[in-house]
Design a protein around this ligand. Structure first.
Ligand code: ATP
Length: 515
């Protein structure tokens, strides 16, 4: 755990030091759970969005994209259930005055039991040579006991959350003797519902009438445009609408850096289907989305499905794709079978028909919806935590000769190539390097850098994940070739200048992730 904490702290520090992420309004001591993306961060984030957009919209002729406004008619949020049901259970500790999410306190308690099980498994695996983990988990009395406890608590929590039973949540906290993680105090207030939507006011309408919300999810912009899009693009069911955009949630406990923010970005796709086919599409999108994550190079062991214990009011099936962040497996993406809940609610409240006439079956119906929803910022955090490694320099025998390198997939890397003159005081080398940069920048995001010795420049590019460093040296002046250094293997190849733009483009192109 301590090691994981250190790893996470190092990651946060790296993000700041190398211009990926800054605390918002830092000169005023920051704004809690709000972050700004710096020069390399915004490039990486844009690449992630491009990867998602292309995988969804470009690669599917039955998925189209939109860009809906953040503000929507206030009735939208009544129909969607957010006004009445977008709540988190809030509990205050009377001694520390700290505020917590009751369900998260209980989930943390479950995580502790899981950690105990993992410890037992680890101990036993060291003791026995032919260790059968599955058998051990099923038969070891202590492990079985922990597992039964975990399952019972999860069941109780799931039932309480589904019913919105705040009294029961408080009872679980009391029964498990859960204490304030900061102070150890067990003096809790009652648990109560807290609505997570931020509200604001239209300038020209006073009172409740003019109350607007900052959207807490991008999905509703898709639902209210369902017929507009279907008619104007002549799509037939099944078809999808994709969108990337900001969402806002007044999270009670905002921690773990960009994992839980109050302003964040979502990449959502709603897939409209014939009622009754939801199981098939649910399985299809589960597999497709997992494959999308794995393509980035994320090891399979770091991704897993986690079925929801308690379903949201709109869903008949829901699963999370969890990623193993430095603080454990947590939700990265949600896949929800939303039935016809949203379209039917909007139809009812707006009085406008939102049905689809299916020429294949000659019937009209309100389509069912399969949703995939991934947080762009969580994806960013997953990519960074996956990629950042400290390793012994390849080819070196000295274990103390280490480097910090960000092994991002080349198509996602913020800078694709750095052009480095071997000697910055040699005008002819500098001129040649700048000439190459001017050619290269037309096709790839590149950087010219002559601010240090070549060794230091390499280290810096490793730290921001640049796949290729291109060195212009004395030989270049003679034979018009340059050295191309590979970030991961450190191999160097000599390449004619005129081949460099195509080489960089081919080895860093987004198509590498899409094919
Ligand atoms: P959680 O249980 O972690 O609060 P959620 O189930 O409420 O998440 P969804 O409503 O399914 O999340 O949102 C879809 C995706 O949006 C999530 O999988 C996550 O990647 C992202 N997301 C949700 N809330 C936040 C947040 N506060 N900060 C950053 N990303 C978020």
């Amino acid at each position: 755990m301590a090691q994981q904490n250190d790893q996470f702290k190092a990651l946060v520090a790296h993000c700041k030091e190398y211009g990926f992420i800054y605390q918002s309004s830092e000169i005023y001591d920051g704004l809690s759970a709000v972050y700004d993306y710096g020069p390399y961060g915004s490039l990486l984030k844009n690449n992630l969005k491009e990867y998602w957009w292309k995988a969804m919209v470009q690669m599917h002729d039955n998925i189209v994209g939109i860009d809906a406004a953040i503000f929507m008619h206030p009735k939208t949020w009544k129909a969607s259930g957010h006004v009445d049901a977008f709540n988190d259970p809030l509990v205050d500790n009377k001694d520390s005055k700290k505020r917590y999410r009751a369900d998260v306190l209980i989930e943390d308690h479950i995580d502790k039991l899981e950690a105990k099980i993992n410890k037992e498994v680890e101990k036993a695996s060291k003791r026995f040579a032919d260790f059968d983990e599955q058998m051990f988990r099923q038969t070891n009395t202590r492990v079985v006991e922990y597992q039964e406890k975990m399952d019972a608590i999860a069941r109780r929590l799931g039932a309480a959350m589904t019913k919105g039973d705040m009294v029961e949540l408080k009872a679980i906290i009391d029964d498990l003797e859960i204490a304030d993680p900061d102070t150890g105090s067990r003096d809790w207030t009652e648990v109560r519902q807290f609505n997570l939507m931020f509200s604001t006011q239209l300038g020209n309408i006073a009172g409740e009438e003019g109350k607007l919300y900052l959207r807490p999810e991008t999905a509703q912009g898709i639902f209210v445009n369902f017929l507009n899009v279907q008619k104007t693009t002549r799509q037939k069911i099944p078809f999808g609408i994709a969108q990337i955009g900001k969402a806002f949630r007044n999270e009670i406990v905002a921690r773990q850096f960009i994992f839980r923010m109050r302003e964040f970005e979502q990449m959502e796709m709603q897939f409209f289907i014939q009622p009754g086919t939801q199981q098939k599409w649910y399985e299809y999108w589960k597999a497709a989305r997992l494959a999308w994550h794995q393509k980035t190079g994320t090891p399979a062991a770091k991704l897993r499905f986690h079925d929801h214990d308690n379903l949201a009011h709109y869903a008949d099936a829901a699963v999370d794709i969890q990623f193993e962040f430095p603080f454990g497996f947590k939700e990265l993406e949600g896949i929800h079978s939303r039935t016809d809940f949203d379209l039917s609610s909007h139809q009812e409240l707006s009085g406008k028909k939102l049905t689809y006439f299916d020429p294949a079956t000659n019937e009209s119906y309100v389509p069912y919806v399969l949703e995939t929803s991934v947080g762009c910022d969580r994806m960013f955090l997953a990519m960074m935590s996956n990629a950042l490694v400290t390793e012994q320099v390849p080819g070196s025998d000295d274990p103390n000769n280490t480097r910090e390198v960000l092994k991002l997939h080349p198509a996602l890397a913020p800078i694709k190539a750095a052009i480095l003159p071997l000697k910055r005081t040699e005008d002819r080398i500098v001129a040649k390097a700048k000439e190459l940069f001017d050619k290269l920048k037309i096709s790839s995001q590149c950087q010219y850098d002559d601010t240090g010795s070549i060794g230091k420049l390499y280290r810096r590019q490793d730290a921001i994940g640049t796949p290729f460093c291109i060195t212009v040296d004395f030989d270049t002046l003679e034979d018009n070739t340059v050295t191309v250094r590979d970030r991961d293997t450190l191999t160097q190849e000599r390449v004619p200048l005129e081949n460099v733009p195509a080489l960089v483009r081919d080895r860093t192109d987004m198509s590498l992730l899409l094919g």
